[in-house]
Design a protein around this ligand. Structure first.
Ligand code: ATP
Ligand code: MG
Length: 244
């Protein structure tokens, strides 16, 4: 568990002034109504959530509860109908589309449930593309992509295409890609859903160790109770509402 340490009192009896980092994620009174052909559907209602920097936050809940909707909003990929989203102290509402895309590229890594790899590219190239998008090219890009894949245990699969990898290995490439460029916030939607327990454990370890070692914040939506023991905090979504 990561907890902020209590500042040591100084001689004067007061703790030294320290700048408190903003929460990694701040959601205020979020609602999401999808316009569908039949009738509008309210997927999220009155969501308030603060995620401290450097923690692992789980969102659990049954199918259709609104987990993916919530993660898409935090990732800035979906604009909520009402409410405010702040990431790393910055309000997403005040950003233009291109500023938001740039912000996401710089600060947010996303692991999709179905890994979303480019199927005609090798594992190495999939990670390189993510680095290219962040402005990293050439030798440095190649070196970083290789190191990232080695860190997820795929140093011997660099030149494999996704179809030549197992589900767990593909998901690990997805994790390596999400880590490209060291984003401060990792968002993972059911990252272990398609994995057996060994691979599920590996992917979970990777994500959670990252928060511990790199101080980055990890937000995971999951049905997977095996992840619970790794997290700092769990919230439950039910019918679009949070049960903290
Ligand atoms: N684009 C959309 N248009 C209309 N309704 C949608 C849309 N996307 C999601 N919904 C509805 O919003 C609700 C929440 O969906 P969401 O995908 O966020 O749930 P979830 O908790 O991630 O579910 P699961 O565990 O199955 O992944 C569901 O009832 C879904 O049908
Ligand atoms: Mg979902």
């Amino acid at each position: 568990m990561l907890h902020p340490t209590t500042p040591t009192p100084t001689v004067s009896g007061f703790p030294p002034a320290a700048s408190v980092p903003p929460p990694a994620v701040l959601l205020r009174d979020i609602a999401m109504v999808y316009d569908s052909e039949a009738e509008p559907f309210q997927a999220l209602k009155a969501i308030d959530l603060t995620i401290s920097a450097g923690t692992v936050q789980l969102v659990m809940g049954p199918a259709g509860a609104g987990k993916t909707t919530l993660l898409l909003i935090v990732a800035g990929l979906l604009t909520p109908t009402t409410g405010q989203v702040e990431l790393l102290g910055q309000s997403l509402h005040q950003m233009s589309r291109s500023q938001l895309a740039q912000f996401r590229l710089q600060h947010v890594g996303i692991v999709f449930q179905d890994n979303n790899l480019l199927h005609t590219l090798t594992a190495l190239e999939n990670v390189e593309v993510a680095l290219n998008l962040k402005g990293i090219h050439g030798h440095s890009c190649h070196r970083q992509a290789r190191r990232l894949l080695e860190s997820v245990g795929l140093g011997d699969k660099l030149n494999h295409l996704p179809r030549q990898l197992s589900g767990g290995q593909m998901q690990r490439v997805g994790v390596a890609r999400a880590l490209a460029g060291k984003p401060q916030l990792i968002i993972a939607d059911e990252p272990t859903a398609a994995l057996d327990s060994t691979n599920g454990r590996l992917v979970t370890d990777l994500l959670c160790n990252l928060a511990r070692e790199e101080g980055c914040t990890v937000l995971i939506a999951t049905h997977d109770e095996r992840i619970m023991s790794f997290s700092d905090r769990i919230v439950y979504l039910e019918d679009g509402m949070l049960r903290v």
